[in-house]
Design a protein around this ligand. Structure first.
Ligand SMILES: Cc1cc2nc3c(=O)[nH]c(=O)nc-3n(C[C@H](O)[C@H](O)[C@H](O)COP(=O)(O)OP(=O)(O)OC[C@H]3O[C@@H](n4cnc5c(N)ncnc54)[C@H](O)[C@@H]3O)c2cc1C
Length: 406
């Protein structure tokens, strides 16, 4: 008999909650990561209200709040001539947070250990163990270099973009798109945000500022991936020059101090089939998209809930593996497809087409529509619903009514 019901490779946003939820259900779980915690990873770190909802359901939100992470109640999208500002939240989860990954990921790993998962930090998985075409375990080593093999009924790859689990099982890829933008970020003091997450949209440029731990503000700048090579020799110059497209913000940055180096990245966009004989994928290992809409952490949380729930159905004998896990894939894909399409469109940094510019003008000033726009961009509500013909017609009708009243 396998030593574990599940071995989870990768212990950040996708892996730790998957391990925690399975362990809370009484299953035997091994959670491994080559990193030790607390540690950072290259990622800005807006947790959308949907992700905050997951933390609350898991009983972890109060712990995050206790770390002093400031809540974010308003998102602003500044298009130059006007800005759309609204609330990203719902009655249940009214705010977002932008916690440092050093804080968030440590909190998640600790919660998995507390739930009873066997946690091995500083443990590198070097190979996936197969029996014919079925995954049955992992082989790896800790800091002492001694090679260890562990067996499980299922190996869950929560090992990110360059997943070894995915590379071994070679799942089907679909809806792939190449990297579209590159993003660079750093942390600033004396740049207060007062609970706002501000995004500036300019032709071929986008940038955003968001409050995080320690009274610091995360500021990220993006330009098209096509400019990666040309701009990489002067990240700081290009980063600072971008703010001049919003002079009031550039002035604020001149009065602030950069407290860290620059971090940067560009990512591909893809779906991978997230299950097969003896294996499953969660988080970036199974589905990835540009970070412009800041969905990855909340998506990883949702994957963890869906996957752990379906695996529990399999372990308890209620459903077959294929039935339960095809359900996981279907629900994941249905949920994320509209925002995947929107994200990969926004990440081109092309100016909104004329009909979208007209719509944005009609949304501006209509608070219900602005809240709806913000929630669709936050992935809190479906962009497909917000941009449906009916909703657009209503927004234009309100706009013409209010211009008639002026
Ligand atoms: C520049 C940038 C900005 C972003 N901004 C946001 C944002 O604001 N909001 C948001 O929600 N998302 C954001 N994202 C996306 C977010 O970072 C990811 O979606 C999220 O980290 C995915 O979590 P994960 O647990 O799937 O993978 P990861 O966070 O990548 O964790 C994978 C873990 O697996 C471990 N691992 C890998 N291979 C092995 C191995 N062989 N053995 C042992 N351990 C292994 C790694 O050490 C790592 O700890 C951003 C991403 C980037 C690149």
């Amino acid at each position: 008999m396998a030593q574990f019901d599940a071995i989870v490779v990768g212990a950040r946003c996708a892996g730790s909650p998957t391990a925690m939820l399975l362990a809370r259900n009484g299953y035997r779980v091994l959670l491994v990561d080559r990193a030790t915690f607390p540690s950072d990873t290259i990622s800005t770190h807006v947790v959308q209200p949907t992700g905050v909802g997951s933390l609350r359901r898991w009983g972890l939100l109060d712990r995050l709040i206790a770390t002093g992470c400031p809540p974010i109640h308003t998102y602003t999208f500044d298009f130059g001539p006007f800005a759309i500002a609204g609330s990203p939240g719902t009655d249940n989860t009214p705010v977002a947070y932008c916690p440092r990954r050093t804080v968030l990921d440590k909190l998640l790993v600790d919660a998995a250990a507390e739930a009873g998962a066997d946690v091995r930090e500083g443990f590198t998985v070097e190979g996936i163990v197969l029996d014919d075409d079925r995954v049955v375990g992992v082989r790896g080593h800790g800091k002492d270099g001694r090679s260890v093999t562990d067996h499980a009924r299922v190996v869950v790859g929560a090992d990110g973009l360059h997943s070894l689990v995915a590379a071994t099982v070679e799942p089907e890829w679909y809806r792939e798109k190449p990297p579209l933008l590159c993003g660079y970020y750093s942390y600033w003091s004396d740049l207060p945000m007062d609970g706002r997450f501000d995004t500036y949209i300019r032709p071929e440029r986008g940038f955003a500022a968001c409050p995080t731990h320690d009274d610091l503000t995360l500021v990220v700048v993006g330009w098209p991936y096509a400019e990666f090579a040309a701009n990489k020799s002067d990240i700081e110059g290009n980063y600072l020059k971008t703010f001049e497209l919003a002079p009031a913000f550039a002035d604020r940055v001149r009065g602030a101090t950069r407290e860290d180096r620059f971090y940067g990245m560009a990512v591909p966009n893809y779906f991978r089939r997230p299950y097969g004989p003896g294996w499953a994928l969660v988080g970036d290992a199974g589905y990835n998209k540009d970070f412009i809409t800041a969905q990855g952490i909340s998506d990883a949380f949702r994957d963890a809930e869906l996957c752990a729930d379906r695996l529990a159905q399999v372990f308890s004998g209620d459903r077959s593996f294929d039935e339960a896990m095809s359900d996981y894939q279907r629900l994941r894909d249905e949920h994320v497809l509209p925002i995947y399409e929107m994200t990969t469109q926004l990440a081109t940094l092309e100016p909104p087409p004329p009909d979208m510019q007209q719509l944005l003008g009609a949304i501006h000033g209509n608070q219900a529509a602005m809240d709806g726009f913000v929630r669709a961009n936050a992935g809190v509500s479906s962009p497909a619903e917000f941009f449906s013909d009916d909703n657009i017609a209503q927004i234009f009708a309100s706009a013409s009514l209010s211009s008639g009243h002026r």
